[in-house]
Ligand binder design. Structure first.
Ligand SMILES: Cc1cc2nc3c(=O)[nH]c(=O)nc-3n(C[C@H](O)[C@H](O)[C@H](O)COP(=O)(O)OP(=O)(O)OC[C@H]3O[C@@H](n4cnc5c(N)ncnc54)[C@H](O)[C@@H]3O)c2cc1C
Length: 404
């Protein structure tokens, strides 16, 4: 531990808390500034794949998250009548790492990360909104962060600023003003409901302008989502009635999940993303991670997983690099191509999935999907879900103040 380098993390979501853990593991004092009045995660649940679990393993948290969630295979894709389009064979042990999905309630994942950041010694502040950043220069002037609380405005210096403040990042808006979130053209109903009957892993279901998915997140809870093409900001007088009507002609198991949903369990969020992501993930002494850098469409379930990968790399590439400029550049070169590729893949899946309109397109897509052999589909999945964290700080060289 150097005890000398300081990091300020803007945002205490999945990316920010995980980065705090990773930076503490590398020996850096870390302060997390979270705008919300309390640390909490909005949204229902999520599923993430083997790369997310590998990142959590690097943070020493894989077992805790497994215990707080449920592992299940990705079973495949169905059409809206419940007929298989592509079945993922998950029986062979060598394939399980590719196809396994961890379903977890967002609040439980967030709690594991927050407790880990606290236990690692990070200073966590809520009600602290980052309003401005002076990026500084690696090897030169430190970065400066300005934040606002109910009692006033403050500015502090840091050797490293981690921008983990989400798709509407204030830090990114200042450093890359041309990169703006765009409405995906779709909105998402989501719910975690009581259920002990659904079995068989994650199934994704495609119908006209819509994708539905369901995944167990505990022994007695199932998470379902329904993403559909819809005008931005438009609401329904009765959201649950609208959801039930939307899925009334879909497979009976889907109708049953929506019917079992109580009004207070249903939430709906319009989906925003950064179509091309950030042109660089670093600027001066600032590194952008998670949705702040590369918010992608949720179609391949990689937003949280890549945020966790970023966090591990912030700790292992940046905090332990030979000097900060080289380390930041290594982070950018390691993370940007992968995240850009995944974002492109998510957009491609959206075109075949929820964005595809009604009529002849649906049977044509379904026929083509049924022709896809499982082998190439699994190889394509493996390129997403197999990820190896960089070597741990124990094997790297810890950054010293002299090398800055
Ligand atoms: C409908 C939908 C379904 C999804 N499903 C999945 C899934 O199944 N699997 C998956 O891997 N991903 C999924 N995602 C993506 C995933 O939710 C995100 O990629 C992930 O939450 C990003 O985490 P983050 O920490 O980068 O950002 P956020 O979760 O947005 O966290 C940002 C944090 O920063 C705080 N903040 C914001 N501005 C400031 C400021 N100025 N100062 C201080 N704090 C600030 C916020 O309050 C928040 O706590 C889904 C997304 C959507 C929209």
């Amino acid at each position: 531990m150097t005890g000398q380098q300081t990091a300020v993390v803007a945002g205490g979501g999945i990316a920010g808390l995980a980065a705090a853990v990773a930076l503490r593991q590398a020996g850096w004092p870390v302060t997390v500034l979270e705008r919300a009045p309390a640390f909490k995660e909005v949204g229902a649940a999520l599923g993430f794949t083997g790369n997310g679990l590998a990142a959590l393993g690097a943070l020493g948290l894989a077992e805790q998250v497994r215990a707080a969630g449920q592992l299940a295979p990705h079973a495949g894709f169905q059409d809206r009548r419940g007929r298989w389009l592509l079945r993922v064979p998950a029986t062979r042990p060598d394939r399980q790492g590719i196809t396994t999905v961890c379903g977890i309630h967002r609040q439980r994942l967030h709690a594991v990360l927050r407790q880990a950041a606290e236990a690692a010694g990070a200073d966590l502040f809520t009600g602290a909104e980052v309003t401005a950043v002076r990026p500084g220069t690696p090897g030169g002037e430190p970065a400066a962060v300005t934040w606002r609380t109910s009692s006033g405005e403050y500015t502090g210096q840091a050797d490293l600023v981690v921008a983990a403040d989400g798709v509407r990042s204030a830090v990114r808006a200042q450093l890359f003003p041309d990169v703006r979130p765009r409405y995906a053209g779709s909105t998402s109903w989501r719910a975690v409901i009581s259920d002990t009957t659904l079995a068989g892993g994650l199934v994704e279901v495609w119908g006209p302008g819509t994708e539905f998915g369901a995944l167990r997140v505990s022994d007695d809870q199932v998470y379902w989502y329904g993403e559909f093409v819809h005008p931005e900001g438009a609401s329904f007088p009765d959201e649950l009635a609208a959801a039930r009507a939307h899925f009334s002609s879909w497979a009976p198991w889907i109708g049953a999940l929506v019917a079992a949903t109580a009004p207070h369990q249903l939430m709906r969020h319009d989906v925003y993303h950064l179509p091309s992501g950030c042109p660089r993930y670093v600027s001066g002494r600032v590194v952008l991670i998670g949705d702040a850098a590369h918010a992608m469409l949720p179609t391949i379930g990689q937003g949280a997983a890549t945020a966790l990968e970023d966090a591990v790399c912030a700790g292992r590439l940046i905090a332990t690099g030979p000097n900060l400029a080289t380390a930041l550049s290594a982070f950018d070169q390691s993370r940007r191509p992968r995240c850009q590729k995944l974002a492109r893949q998510a957009a491609l899946i959206a075109r075949c999935g929820f964005e595809l309109g009604p009529g002849w397109r649906q049977p044509l897509r379904n026929t083509l999907m049924r022709l896809i052999p499982a082998g190439p589909a699994l190889r394509s999945g493996a390129r997403i879900t197999r990820w190896t964290p960089p070597a741990s700080p124990a094997h790297g060289s810890v950054l010293t103040s002299r090398s800055l």
